[in-house]
Design a protein around this ligand. Sequence first.
Ligand code: FPP
Length: 250
Amino acid sequence: MIQAPVRTPGTPYHVAVIMDGNGRWARARHLPRTEGHRQGVNAARAVVRACASRGVKVLTLFAFSSENWRRPHQEVGTLMELFVRSIRRELPELEEKGIRLRFIGDREAFSQRLQARMAEAEQRTRDNTLMELVVAVSYGGRWDITRAAATLADQVRHGSMTPEQITPEALEEQLSTKGLPDPDLFIRTGGEKRVSNFLLWQLAYTELFFSDVLWPDFSEDDLVQAFDCFAGRQRRFGHIQEQLVGGSGA
Ligand code: FPP
């Protein structure tokens, strides 16, 4: 396990990323879309390493949305294969670096083989503390909130809680991100400026950064640009500037 790096002031604690643009990257090179996803794995590896070495404590990557099942059968199949292979290949480095892996999303939608790989990877890295790598698979923000609401409704029905006890904190306890702080910085590559059903509840006060770079080309320099932009933002969480200690917050 490597020594935890010193966190520079202004470094986001939790970074959440929509890795968009793999298909367009491939099309521009007359390659199949799936080749874009393969290169996307390399970009993801570089960003995981860069975040870990810069002191980010939680990195959440949106790898597969609830809506991505609608893609052509062959593309979905390739992505599934990539997930299985990536877990197998990357696990030794994650273990060595001290990175904890956690999957969020409707994982029951995946094959038994993939579910078993995910569970094993989580188990093997559960004591790691350098950084938590959260991979969102078959994930949708609406799915997350709806499922949490249904759990609370069930608890009220069974008498273990009252409707008055339904608070934001109680709902958060039922989200798939339970125990994680909300993201400080959201990055979306590929030029689109939307949140696309990612962490809808959790992004309430997150700083948003959009990059035109296609995900397979996204480098450590691009990440640093996003961090620099984040460091210059003033986060007020509903307060006015004068109420903030030191005038600016991270
Ligand atoms: C969006 O690009 C990307 C995806 C739907 C898949 C993302 C997956 C990876 C980068 C690989 C796996 C990652 C891990 C963590 C193992 P797009 O296909 O929507 O691109 P387009 O908008 O150009 O069509």
